[in-house]
Design a protein around this ligand. Structure first.
Ligand code: ATP
Length: 283
């Protein structure tokens, strides 16, 4: 669905490459997370791919065709949810979606259906200027789906949302993946990335330094131990055991049999730990 090879981009009047040799691909039904600190080149990469920045080096293929051969018809087939929602404040949510729907030369999803999907149906006729941050974020997400895009670019899609709203949007993203869409997700939120992404790419100073599935990364970088917390003499104590041969570990088994165990966890590394280890940088 999307293939990027050796992408390089330098802004006019800048002497530094904002994107410096980035290569990755996204398949049908895959969520690819693009993670990196501020200024790493995430937005620039996305802007090149969606045709907003020209004069790049390298090859971008989208929906089986070189980006350079696409005309405006590309916009009928991709969806973009920019990080900062840009709606018409004096129009209602419904009017905003109707307006944007009118730009497409392809059948669009009925705006009311999208508003229901993001649980904004009761606010459909309210002016967007009166919306909260979270409501704007939901509307922004709904707008990116208007043309039922095959490739979806989402920049921080859960910004400003409460836990219930975040869950809703995350479930919708997973639903879109299951429908076979290819999703390019830019985020600083490691928990979102971990939950949603099939693979993540770490970008630092314009270079992609690592691409892996979050699960593989955590297995590779995690400690191979199990930590148990248990009650002893009225207080909480903890003990760690080697994951290897755990089933034959007598002290582990006897601790389990005491019935005093309160929690049991493998010591997985978080994506954030791995990012710092791989890049030497904080997000
Ligand atoms: P963030 O997490 O803050 O959104 P990002 O990873 O999206 O960051 P980019 O916006 O792609 O980073 O910026 C990459 C580099 O390009 C930075 O050094 C930035 O200063 C520079 N840059 C971005 N936009 C422009 C511009 N319009 N003109 C010149 N330089 C720019």
């Amino acid at each position: 669905m999307l293939k990027v090879q050796n992408l390089e981009f330098t802004y006019p009047k800048s002497n530094k490459k904002a994107v410096n040799g980035v290569s990755f691909e996204i398949k049908k039904g895959e969520i690819f997370g693009f993670l990196g600190p501020n200024g790493a080149g995430k937005t620039t990469t996305q802007k090149v791919i969606i045709g907003l920045l020209k004069d790049y080096h390298g090859v971008v293929e989208i929906l089986g065709k070189n980006l350079l051969s696409w005309k405006t018809d590309l916009y009928n087939r991709i969806g973009v949810g920019f990080e900062l929602p840009n709606h018409y404040q004096k129009l209602t949510a419904l009017e905003n979606l109707e307006l944007f729907a009118s730009f497409y030369r392809r059948r669009t999803i009925p705006p009311l259906k999208l508003l229901q999907m993001v649980e904004l149906e009761e606010d459909a006729n309210q002016r967007v200027g009166t919306f909260s941050k979270g409501m704007k974020s939901k509307l922004n997400f709904a707008r990116s789906l208007l043309n039922d895009p095959e490739v979806l670019f989402l920049d921080e899609p859960t910004t400003g949302l409460d836990p219930v709203g975040r869950r809703l949007i995350k479930n919708l993203i997973i639903q879109k993946r299951n429908e076979g869409k290819a999703i390019f997700l830019t985020t600083h939120n490691m928990q979102d990335a971990d939950e949603l992404c099939d693979r993540v790419g770490f970008i630092v100073e314009g270079r992609l330094v690592l691409i892996e599935s979050p699960k593989e990364l955590k297995i590779k970088h995690g400690k191979k131990i199990v930590k148990l917390e248990y009650i002893k003499d009225g207080g909480l104590e903890s003990q760690e055991f080697d994951l290897k041969n755990l089933a034959d570990n007598k002290s582990f088994l006897s601790l389990l049999k005491t019935g005093s165990v309160q929690t049991i966890h493998t010591e997985e590394a978080t994506l954030e730990d791995i990012f710092i280890k791989a890049t030497g940088r904080h997000l």
